[in-house]
Design a binder for this molecule. Structure first.
Ligand code: IPE
Ligand code: IPE
Ligand code: MG
Length: 251
């Protein structure tokens, strides 16, 4: 067996293990452009994007990062051509079915966040199966945002809280950040420390609006299918050179 030197399975030694982000979130953007640049149909970019995500998940696990959240489909992405939407839904379902056993074996705890009830029934079933089968895994949390919108998430939390208030289960004075977060899709999952967007777009596109409050943002021009370990290493290196002040003055 020959070792591929580009596959860094141990944490590169210029990174400080004590200062790794505990949770990385990624907007996996640029699949369509990646495909178009090579004269391929857009869906080929989505397919390649799955390989990239799989590799990033493995890398996070290898390097000791506790959680990875990936933006797979936004509430706005329904506005794409029907054929692309259908392709993506089928792709999610197929990949989930194909990869589940490996994720179980590797200790991945899978979560899906978003308005899941609007997804095709067969996909909802795979999601439920995957979440139940991996709920006790401890190695890494893998959160897939599917039919996810930050505004919708905040609205549904408000609605759920309002309902509890009207039922007398909660008073308005009791609503604080902790209570609010318990009603988000991401309840129980820490906030991301590092928030990556590929393909160079300098926007958040409705992703994790509440949770991103103090995340470090990193935008790269690399298109998602090309975001490999070397690029992730670069992002982590950049992250470790940031001073996170959280609004305070450094002593
Ligand atoms: C991101 O890549 C994947 C999804 C939104 C599902 P895009 O499909 O947005 O690719 P570009 O931005 O058009 O290149
Ligand atoms: C964000 O990418 C959504 C996902 C990556 C799933 P988009 O391509 O949909 O975002 P915009 O349209 O560039 O803002
Ligand atoms: Mg895009």
């Amino acid at each position: 067996m020959t070792l591929n030197p580009t596959v860094l399975t141990v944490l590169p030694n210029d990174l400080d293990v004590q200062r790794l982000p505990q949770h990385v979130a990624v907007i996996m953007d640029g699949n369509g452009r990646w495909a178009q640049r090579q004269g391929l149909p857009r869906f080929m970019g989505h397919r390649r994007g799955v390989d990239t995500l799989k590799e990033l998940l493995r890398c996070c696990k290898d390097w000791g990062i506790g959680a990875l959240t990936a933006y797979a489909f936004s509430t706005e992405n329904w506005g794409r051509p029907l054929a692309e939407v259908e392709f993506l839904m089928t792709l999610f379902e197929r990949v989930l079915r194909r990869e589940l056993q490996e994720m179980i074996d590797e200790g991945v705890q899978i979560h899906f966040v978003g308005d899941l009830q609007a997804l095709p029934n067969s996909l909802q079933e795979e999601i439920e199966r995957a979440m139940v089968a991996t709920q006790h895994n401890q190695k890494i949390k893998f959160v897939v945002a599917t039919n996810y919108g930050g505004r919708r998430e905040i609205l549904q939390a408000c609605r759920a809280i309002a309902q509890k208030v009207s039922q007398g289960k909660l008073t308005s004075d009791e609503i604080d950040e902790e209570i609010f977060e318990q009603h988000l899709y991401t309840a129980g999952i820490s906030h991301p420390d590092l928030f990556i967007r590929t393909s160079g777009e300098m926007r958040v596109s409705n992703f994790l609006l509440w949770q991103v409050a103090y995340a470090e943002l990193y935008v790269t021009n690399i298109l998602w299918p090309d975001f490999d370990r070397t690029e992730f290493h670069r992002a982590l290196h950049d992250y470790q050179n940031r001073h996170r002040r959280f609004g305070k003055v450094e002593g």
